[in-house]
Design a protein around this ligand. Structure first.
Ligand SMILES: NC(=O)c1ccc[n+]([C@@H]2O[C@H](COP(=O)([O-])OP(=O)(O)OC[C@H]3O[C@@H](n4cnc5c(N)ncnc54)[C@H](O)[C@@H]3O)[C@@H](O)[C@H]2O)c1
Length: 276
């Protein structure tokens, strides 16, 4: 590693499985202390147990981030456990798809809530700590870079039929990213987004798969994609395959590391060259 994240504290939402778990593992392997979060207690417990075996410095906060009090609780729990907060990865998400005529207000708003409102609330909750810490560091003549990485999608940058809500939430978080980059540059915070193409997690499993549904706010939501769509994506993708969670996490690690200290307000697409 040309860098170490030793002495850094990271917070990764939705890190019980999938890409979030891979991001948390990469940050912890690079030396960071990592606060894990997920609403799925079983997934989070399993992730935590495997991370402890690797000797990673971790904590966890179980809970649904769409509860308006959770973002603040998560930030406070991170500060209470580790005493600092240097890296925030807004990763938690899911899809609730449908063509526009079949999409309810509740469904559309749920997508804006998890992909846009939750990252906004987390960053607002962290803002007092970040501003105070940066002011003290700058007064002491020190430059300490902090990192925010918001997770978006090629559905947000390109649009995707059947995903009016998801695409809107993922496009919205790019606006939040670019605005915060401008507000927080003076506090030495790099604020960037990573947009994924198709990454091999339960979100893109064949819709026929056994894990192809999740429970959210009393609804059973289908997750996954049509098997024919997976094949056509592989065909159209220059790299000819889906990405792995580990490969997805690599793009995020760049934005969490000193390698990106002079990059802010940008969107990096990690999708094997595929676009919708
Ligand atoms: N997999 C892909 O192809 C793909 C493509 C583009 C973008 N993304 C984005 O990447 C991120 C991670 O997706 P993934 O593929 O790893 O999915 P995943 O379903 O494997 O993991 C997402 C995790 O987020 C958690 N989560 C969801 N809502 C939450 C909430 N309200 N509070 C706390 N935790 C919550 C889930 O429980 C789950 O463990 C998401 O934001 C997703 O939209 C994924």
């Amino acid at each position: 590693m040309p860098f170490s994240l030793c002495c850094k504290t990271a917070l990764v939402t939705g890190s019980g499985r999938g890409i979030g778990r891979a991001i948390a593992a990469k940050l912890a392997a690079a030396g960071a202390s990592v606060m894990l979060n997920d609403l799925d207690e079983a997934a989070l417990t399993e992730t935590e147990a495997s991370f402890r075996k690797s000797g990673y410095k971790i904590g966890h906060t179980i809970g649904d981030l769409t509860d308006p009090s959770m973002p603040d609780k998560l930030v406070q729990a991170t500060l209470a456990k580790f005493g600092s907060l240097d890296i925030i990865v807004n990763n938690a998400g899911y899809s609730w798809d449908g063509v526009i005529q079949n999409t309810t207000d509740e469904q559309f708003l749920a997508m804006l809530e998890i992909h846009l409102l939750v990252p906004f609330r987390i960053l607002r909750a962290a803002s007092s700590y970040i501003r105070d810490a940066a002011k003290a560091e700058i007064a002491a003549g020190k430059t300490v870079m902090r990192k925010v990485v918001n997770i978006t999608s090629i559905a947000g940058t390109d649009g995707n039929p059947g995903q009016a809500g998801y695409s809107s939430g993922k496009a919205g978080v790019i606006g939040l990213t670019k605005t915060l980059a401008k507000e927080w540059g003076r506090y030495n915070v790099n604020v960037n987004a990573v947009g994924f193409g198709l990454i091999n997690t339960r979100l893109v499993q064949p819709l026929t798969g056994s894990d192809a549904k999740m429970e959210m706010h009393g609804h059973e939501i289908k997750i996954g994609v049509q098997p024919t769509m997976l094949e056509s994506v592989k065909h159209a993708c220059p790299l000819g395959r889906l990405g792995t969670p580990d490969e997805a996490a690599g793009a995020v690690l760049f934005f969490c590391s000193p390698l990106s200290d002079y990059v802010t307000g940008e969107v990096l697409i990690c999708g094997g060259g595929f676009h919708f």
